[in-house]
Every structure is written in structure tokens, then in C-alpha cells.
Design a protein around this ligand. Structure first.
Ligand code: PLP
Length: 386
């Protein structure tokens, strides 16, 4: 049986060249990057090289990059760190209903500490309204946190416009760029971004490592307290192999970005068109041109997304639903709900997320198995209803 992995927004396979670069730092070059001796210096040089590669990809200065344990920590550090630091200047934060839980749960924690949070809605394409954002701004707004690209539908937010509004109003602007970093151009100057979250494992790098870009004039309350690592912004011995992996992944992404944009978009469109043509009553969620080139979120009304996911898994195809499984109960996708889609569309949604490792044969195999699977499952459901 062929195996096709189309769940790259959950995580990506590591790039073999990236893994090769990491291995020496587990084995021979195991030094602590804070140590003065040769072992330490070697580790420090590798960390700084990675910092340079990450910074280059977002047009930032290496000293503005803080390494973290991943995107979740970067989001927590950004939202909590700014809110705690600026609490005396105001008590209002603006975000959206479609953020990753790393931002949403942090905002909810701030609400329990008497901060006010506005959760902006989105339209049926998964994009926020600039007018609604302008109306939400108050004199006491200290932070706007809006993700760059959404993980479930791939919708891209108008960051440059949000950033210039934030700058004019003296509000700090954070963006979660976990799903866009290294896949589409990200320039912190053009986008007027003050803080930006990055994760390595969405980009063929290792898990458990990420980074936060932090504009130098933005004061931040650190979360991890301890040694003076990362210029006192994040205490803890640096994960040298992981950071080397993130740096390597960033370098590879810079080389591959053009190809990613063109080739992967072509494959995604082939998959999407193939589904829409072959399977009746299918509909794409958030399918505008303001969308990541590798993501397709499709609903198969009449089916349960979970059941289709499992049926595809039996045939070697890995995809995802937007639904989150917590404590044994399936929660409908908060993103599709915020887009105000019909229930049947939300329940039957499947996310296909490609990567630069996806091939035309992969797409054709998925198309081959999908139509028959959906047809069989729909037949079974109608029989049950009768
Ligand atoms: N933000 C977004 C948009 C994501 O998709 C994810 C991962 O799913 C995260 C943050 C969390 O990143 P990490 O898995 O590195 O903690």
C-alpha cells in the first residue's frame, strides 16, 4: 500500500540534510553554549549561525531572535510577556477567534487576571475585517495579536495594514507566523510586526524548538526565570541540536521558497480541482487567493470528517480534521465555527496540507482512493437513515 502524508500543518518529516547537521551536536559537539571552553564556543558558534539564518528569513537582526521550545512557548511569551510588561499602560488586548490555542488560552488566562480581551470574528473566508479591528481599538489597548496564516484553512491576514494601524496607535503587534514562516515571504519591517512566533517542526526541522522575533524597543517580561541566556529574555540552557536544526530548516526553506510557492500550489490546485470535479457536493472552505499555497480544507457534506479520516488512514493517506479531540469528546473546529459555516460543512471538513516533499503521484493516489471512499460512505449513511 502506498503511504501519503498530507498532514504537514500538524508536523512535517525532517529534512535528511537538516538531521545530518544536527547529529554532531548530540554526539561530539555536546558543549553548553554558555561555557567558555572550546566545547562551549563550538556550540555557541552553531547557535549564532542558526540565529543568523532565522533572522535573514524574516529580514530581522540576529540579536532580535529569542530561541524557545516551540511555537506554543513563543506565543505564550509574546502575549503574556507584553501584557505583563504593559499592564500599567492599559488593560485591553485584541486578538481573533481563529488563533491557535497557544494564543487563545493565554488570552483567557489574562482575562482571569482582569485584562479585557476582544476576540474579533472573521468572514466566511477566514479573514478579519479591518473596520472591525479599527472599531475595537481603545485608548487602553496595549497589544494586538493576529496570526499570519491560519493552520486549519490557510487564510492569510492583512498583516501590513494591521501593523501600520498598531504603529500609529502605539499598540504592540504580535503575529503567530508558525504556519507561514519559510513558506511565503515574511518581512518584519514591511509588515510592521513587533513580535513574531516561529516553530521548527512545521518546516522540516525538529520538534520542540522555535523562536520569537522581538523588536529591540519592545520591552518584554520574561516567563522563564534563571540564567542570563538569550540576552535575559528566555532562561535555560539552549537546545543546541534543535536550534541547529531550526537554522538548517530556515536555510533550506529560503532556498526552496520559490519552488514551494509554485510547485506546491500547483499540486494543491490539482488535488482540489480533482476533488471538486469527481465528488459531488464538495466545497472548499476559505478557498480565496489570500490563502497558503499548500492548504486545502474541503467539506464532504453527509459524512463525518473523523470517519473519513479513519477510512483514508486505512488506505495509507494521512489527513486531518479541524476538530480537536479533548477528553474523549470531539469539539467542532473553532475556526470553521468562527467562519459561520453550516453545521454539515463543519462536521465533514478535512484538511489536506502538502509540503515540498509531496509529489504528483501522491496527489493522484489520494484522488484515486478518495472518490470511491466518499461514495461508499455516503451510500452507507443514506442506507442507515432509511
Ligand atoms: N501556532 C500555530 C498557528 C500552529 O499551527 C501551531 C502548531 O500546531 C502552534 C502555534 C504551536 O507550535 P508548536 O507545536 O511548535 O508548539
Amino acid at each position: 500500500m502506498r503511504h501519503v502524508y498530507l498532514d504537514n500543518n500538524a508536523t512535517t518529516p525532517i529534512d535528511p540534510a537538516v538531521l545530518e547537521r544536527m547529529i554532531p551536536f548530540f554526539r561530539d559537539d555536546f558543549g553548553n553554549a554558555a561555557s567558555i571552553h572550546t566545547y562551549g564556543q563550538k556550540a555557541r558558534a552553531a547557535v549564532e549561525e542558526a540565529r543568523q539564518a532565522v533572522a535573514e528569513l524574516i529580514h530581522a537582526s540576529p540579536s532580535d531572535i529569542v530561541f524557545t521550545s516551540g511555537g506554543t512557548e513563543a506565543d505564550n511569551l509574546a502575549v503574556r510577556g507584553v501584557a505583563d510588561q504593559r499592564r500599567t499602560q492599559g488593560n485591553h488586548v485584541i486578538t481573533t477567534q481563529i488563533e491557535h490555542p497557544a494564543v487563545l488560552r493565554t488570552c483567557e488566562a489574562l482575562e482571569r487576571e482582569s485584562l479585557h480581551v476582544t476576540y474579533l470574528g472573521v468572514d466566511r473566508d477566514g479573514r478579519l475585517s479591518m473596520d472591525e479591528l479599527r472599531e475595537a481599538v481603545r485608548p487602553e489597548t496595549i497589544l494586538i495579536s493576529v496570526m499570519h496564516a491560519n493552520n486549519e484553512v490557510g487564510s492569510i491576514q492583512p498583516l501590513a495594514e494591521i501593523g501600520s494601524l498598531a504603529r500609529r496607535k502605539g499598540i504592540v503587534f504580535h503575529t503567530d507566523a508558525v504556519q507561514s514562516f519559510g513558506k511565503i515571504p515574511v518581512d518584519v519591517e514591511e509588515l510592521n510586526v513587533d513580535l513574531l512566533s516561529i516553530s521548527s517542526h512545521k518546516l522540516h526541522g525538529p520538534k520542540g524548538v522555535g523562536a520569537l522575533y522581538l523588536r529591540p524597543d519592545v520591552p518584554l517580561q520574561p516567563m522563564m526565570l534563571g540564567g542570563s541566556h538569550e540576552r535575559r529574555r528566555r532562561a535555560g540552557t539552549e537546545n543546541v541540536p534543535g536550534i541547529v536544526g531550526l537554522g538548517g530548516a530556515a536555510q533550506r526553506a529560503a532556498e526552496e521558497m520559490e519552488d514551494f510557492g509554485a510547485r506546491v500550489r500547483g499540486l494543491r490546485d490539482r488535488l482540489e480541482q480533482g476533488i471538486l470535479e469527481a465528488i459531488p457536493d464538495t466545497v472548499v472552505n476559505g478557498g480565496t487567493d489570500q490563502r497558503m499555497p499548500h492548504v486545502s480544507n474541503v467539506s464532504f457534506p453527509g459524512l463525518e470528517g473523523e470517519a473519513l479520516l479513519i477510512a483514508l488512514d486505512f488506505q495509507g493517506v494521512a489527513v486531518s480534521t479541524g476538530a480537536a479531540c479533548s477528553s474523549g469528546s470531539l469539539q467542532p473546529s473553532h475556526v470553521l465555527q468562527a467562519m459561520k459555516l453550516e453545521r454539515s460543512r463543519i462536521q465533514s471538513a478535512i484538511r489536506f496540507s502538502l509540503s515540498r516533499m509531496t509529489t504528483a503521484e501522491d496527489v493522484d493516489y489520494v484522488l484515486e482512493v478518495l472518490a470511491g471512499t466518499v461514495e461508499r460512505m455516503r451510500e452507507m449513511t443514506t442506507r442507515k437513515v432509511r
